[in-house]
Design a protein around this ligand. Structure first.
Ligand SMILES: [Zn+2]
Length: 121
């Protein structure tokens, strides 16, 4: 299966971080656009949802930041396949350490944040 180009771009961003022992693997990461899923009560407030081998997106128009956030969750589950999903039951959503890490991964790898400094002549 050829990886989705959005996932390839997100991997390029996450590969700049060494937050987990192994880089994120994307060879089996599937992307599904499922607007109906985000009409379900709990998921209404989200635009993306990750699972162990892929992600659901509200639309094709979501940002690269969102795909990077969701791929970070896939990366986390590749290292903590049980602990990560269970953490949402124990820690809730907003202050969940995995959630905070996914937000930090997006912020740390934004193209504007990562622009190399211009070398003086
Ligand atoms: Zn998240």
């Amino acid at each position: 299966m050829r990886p989705d180009p959005r996932v390839v771009r997100a991997k390029e961003r996450l590969d700049r971080l060494d937050w987990w022992p192994r880089p994120v693997r994307i060879d089996r990461v599937a992307v599904f656009v499922t607007p109906w899923f985000f009409r379900l009560p709990w998921f209404r407030r989200f635009d993306g949802h990750a699972f162990h081998v892929g992600m659901l997106l509200r639309s094709d128009g979501v940002s690269d930041d969102l795909v990077t956030h969701e791929l970070c969750h896939v990366w986390q589950m590749q290292h903590h396949p049980i602990r990560m999903p269970l953490s949402y039951l124990l820690s809730g959503y907003w202050n969940n350490p995995y959630e905070r890490q996914a937000r930090a991964a997006v912020a740390a790898t934004r193209p504007t944040a990562a622009a190399p400094s211009v070398r003086p002549l």
